[in-house]
Design a protein around this ligand. Structure first.
Ligand SMILES: Cc1cc2nc3c(=O)[nH]c(=O)nc-3n(C[C@H](O)[C@H](O)[C@H](O)COP(=O)(O)OP(=O)(O)OC[C@H]3O[C@@H](n4cnc5c(N)ncnc54)[C@H](O)[C@@H]3O)c2cc1C
Ligand code: FES
Length: 245
């Protein structure tokens, strides 16, 4: 799809039927004991009739390197779909993605054919080589604005610089990407008085609530306190205004 980024289609009728935007699968990538832990990957798209799901991954370490070498016909052990999902879009939905954070946002766009004309995708990548062919991974009729950090293609700068000019009265922002990008998106949403939900990508282990290895700190307004939530089952989609960024 881009430099170091791949898509894999997996036959999995049960997951295809149950998957909703921002759900993820926890993938066993080892062929022995290393890497021991499963790797969480969001679902890019599904075809319920054909019974497949697609995942989209950036090769950064042993787990994703193992996926890169998988061959057609091989079997992979997945747990999923896991986590919370994005709610159906509001009158106007601004999707703000960075890097592999495009995945749950693209799935939402595929999943919402009737609401797509009320969505705008703002998507940023580090440089042109890391910019995927969006025509391949997101619906062609999705209004899309691009940026690269180094200006090698499209707007020169961070995608968050373009948010304010695309806000409408009843916009809700949905975001996924690097932590610092999402923190900035939440800050802009708060200052502009619009709702904002983020799909977090914390490190994980079990993926189903048992190990408490994925917690995020949030503000508990009722108790006037800070508490923790497990991103794997109380997320990955969370109200961005509640998170301690
Ligand atoms: C809910 C969820 C959905 C995700 N969806 C996708 C997706 O669709 N596509 C995709 O490419 N990746 C996604 N990720 C991130 C992905 O899980 C990691 O990139 C992957 O586990 C890396 O495994 P690895 O063995 O290749 O690399 P590792 O050796 O585990 O990691 C390589 C380097 O990246 C760092 N790293 C690993 N995981 C993370 C993380 N979650 N956050 C920050 N730094 C990390 C490590 O500290 C290390 O420095 C998602 C994560 C979560 C929690
Ligand atoms: S990854 Fe184990 S509790 Fe979330």
């Amino acid at each position: 799809m881009a430099d170091g980024i791949y898509v894999m289609r997996l036959e999995s009728p049960e997951i295809a039927r149950a998957a909703r935007p921002a759900h993820f699968v926890n993938v066993q990538t080892d062929d022995g004991l290393s890497p021991f832990l499963r790797r969480p990957l969001s679902i890019l798209n599904t075809d319920v009739e054909a019974g497949w799901i697609e995942i989209y991954y950036d090769v950064i370490g042993p787990g994703t390197e193992r996926l890169e070498t998988a061959v057609a016909g091989e079997s992979l052990d997945l747990i999923g779909p896991l986590g919370t999902a994005f709610e159906p879009p509001t009158p106007h939905t601004l999707l703000v993605g960075g890097g592999v954070g495009i995945v749950p946002l693209a799935f939402l766009a595929w999943h919402s054919p009737n609401e797509r004309n009320a969505m705008t995708l703002l998507f940023g990548a580090a440089t042109e080589r890391r910019m995927p062919d969006l025509a391949r991974i997101a619906p062609g009729d999705l209004k899309t604005i691009l940026a690269t950090d180094d200006g090698s293609v499209a707007h020169h700068g961070f995608i968050t610089e373009l948010i304010e000019q695309h806000l409408q009265k009843e916009t809700t922002i949905l975001t996924c990407g690097p932590h610092r990008m999402m923190a900035r998106v939440a800050e802009i949403a708060e200052a502009s008085g619009v709702g904002c939900y983020a799909s977090l990508e914390n490190h994980m282990a079990c993926g189903f609530g048992a190990c408490v290895g994925c917690v995020v700190e949030y503000k508990d307004h009722e108790r006037e306190d800070r508490r923790y939530r497990r991103v794997c089952i109380e997320g990955p989609v969370v109200n961005a205004h509640e998170i301690v960024w």
